[in-house]
Design a protein around this ligand. Structure first.
Ligand code: PMP
Length: 385
């Protein structure tokens, strides 16, 4: 955690705990070698460590090992499903259902695929308290809907999705459910079988791990039926100029030399949050969210977005002050928040604002950080009168 800062931008990216930094340093400084090809011991050991991380991820989300695909992040995971699943399984006239609060990475890949294949996209509205409206979703779903793609936790509002109900609704019309778990994995225990979704994606860097590494989980039968994502080394069974055959999933989706040390860092990050306990992390962040919302609700000019029980995130606006000005003034007091559209422009349109200010919490935040935030916001309201 950076000294002297109230770092309140964990929803963008989490600070890295010492065990993760140590795992990365050890990976490069001591143990480094390639994976899956070397005949020498170091490479064999690194391959074991790489595959042990895959097992660790699988255990962390209640999956089978062969269902865990290492990708660059949630963005790549969603693009992979859009291209390799939607791109091959869906046909013109099929429909995809998204929600009004999705991150651009859970909108744009579907739009690109919709354009290429003649698919249609429908958007589930939000409830008055800024949750994905599952009753509305139930009324909207038709047999033409083949895929529903929703955020488990909104990166702007902190609203938590009832994934199990969303899965039941999607499956009721024969659609698959993809869950964007970016904001959920570091705060809610995720069990993909209990959630009953079909795909689940997340990024390592929001889970206290490194950037450049993330996870796509898919049901084995879905992954097995999907063609490769990218062609190259490591994803093949046999190559000749006449005919190339591919390795089974997940190897088929991991072309090229992977982010070896990133995977080790992700393993360390999962160990880190698991040792503390996601229940404790969630309870800690919930208390900080509650204190923040209570303090801000007492300020006349502040509007709060999102539900009361928002997971780890508080988005707000100050009447007459642009969120960038809020962010800049808070920065002078070494309070780091995010100001902007948070890669959710359709949601900004729905909220009727160009941007919001967003404070998001992590395991390392304390009530003193909330104090610093609230004092900073009081200063903003004084400056802008
Ligand atoms: N979905 C959500 C809900 C997110 O918060 C983010 C990151 N802001 C993403 C997807 C994209 O993650 P990444 O940029 O790590 O691929």
């Amino acid at each position: 955690m950076p000294e002297g800062w109230a770092y309140l931008d964990t929803a963008a990216t989490a600070q890295k705990p010492r065990p993760v930094i140590d795992a990365i340093t050890r990976g490069y400084a001591q143990d480094y070698a390639t994976v899956h090809r070397g005949v020498y011991q170091r490479s064999a050991d690194m391959t074991l460590a790489y595959e042990a991380a895959r097992r660790r991820v699988a255990g962390f989300i209640g999956a089978q090992e062969n269902e865990v695909v290492f990708v660059r992040g949630a963005t790549e995971g969603i693009n992979l499903v859009a291209q390799c699943w939607a791109g091959t399984q869906l046909k013109a006239g099929d429909r995809i259902l998204l929600s009004a609060l999705e991150h651009h990475s859970n909108i744009v890949p579907w739009q690109m695929m919709a354009e290429a294949k003649g698919l249609a996209i429908d958007v589930v509205p939000l409830t008055a308290d800024h949750r994905i409206d599952l009753d509305a979703m139930a009324a909207m779903l038709t047999p033409a809907h083949k895929l529903v793609a929703l955020a488990h936790v909104s990166n702007v509002l902190g609203s938590v999705l009832d994934v199990r109900r969303a899965a039941d609704l999607a499956h009721g019309v024969g659609a698959k459910l993809l869950v964007d778990g970016c904001q959920a994995v570091a705060r809610l225990g995720v069990d993909v079988r209990a959630l009953d979704c079909d795909f689940y994606v997340f990024s390592g860097h929001k889970l206290y791990g490194p950037t450049g590494i993330g996870v796509l989980w898919g049901r084995a039968e879905l992954l097995d039926a999907m063609p490769p994502y990218q062609g190259g080394g490591s994803m093949i069974d046999r190559v000749s100029f006449e005919r190339t055959t591919y390795a089974p999933a997940p190897t088929r989706f991991e072309a090229g030399t992977p982010h070896i040390v990133g995977v080790l860092g992700l393993h360390a990050a999962i160990d880190y949050v698991s040792a503390i306990g996601l229940d404790r992390i969630h309870a800690h962040e919930t208390a900080l969210v509650r204190t923040t919302r209570e303090a801000l609700a007492g300020l006349n000019s502040v509007t709060l977005f999102g539900p009361e029980d928002s997971a780890g995130i508080v988005s707000f606006a100050i009447h007459g002050v642009h969120p960038h000005d809020i962010g800049t003034i808070l920065d002078e007091s070494r309070v780091a928040i995010r100001a902007g559209h948070h890669c959710a422009q359709p949601l900004m349109d729905l909220l009727g604002v160009p941007a919001t200010a967003r404070a998001s919490f992590g395991v390392y935040n304390s009530p003193a950080d909330v104090d610093a935030l609230v004092k900073g916001i009081e200063r903003v309201t004084r400056i802008f009168g």
